[in-house]
Design a protein around this ligand. Structure first.
Ligand code: FES
Length: 104
């Protein structure tokens, strides 16, 4: 099953398979200039806010995502997989690389 991921920062959509994490899908969408960190939940570069939609998450480092962040639906894109279409805002260092690349 595949879901549509809307990235509010760039106003773009990309497709993510249910068995892929959101960061993998964003990178494979072909958008250049996406800063890639550890891809394993350790660096916090890929922090996003899930504005809309459902997801499943694997455990994330408390150094980057504390309980309050989880309550605010702020997660690491490399640690979540979609369970529905999602709408995201980028928050971590990935946001500055995207804004710089696309002059937002
Ligand atoms: S890429 Fe490092 S936490 Fe996601």
């Amino acid at each position: 099953m595949a879901y549509r991921i809307h990235l509010e920062t760039l106003d773009i959509d990309f497709i993510c398979q249910a068995n892929q994490n959101v960061l993998e899908c964003l990178i494979s969408s072909g958008k250049k200039g996406i800063q890639v960190g550890c891809r394993g939940g350790g660096c916090g570069v890929c922090r996003v806010e899930v504005v809309d939609g459902e997801y499943c998450a694997r455990p994330m480092s408390k150094a980057h995502i504390d309980d309050q962040s989880i309550g605010n639906r702020q997660v690491l894109a490399c640690c979540i997989k979609p369970k529905s279409d999602l709408s995201l805002k980028v928050l971590g260092k990935i946001a500055s690389s995207i804004k710089r690349k696309y002059q937002l």
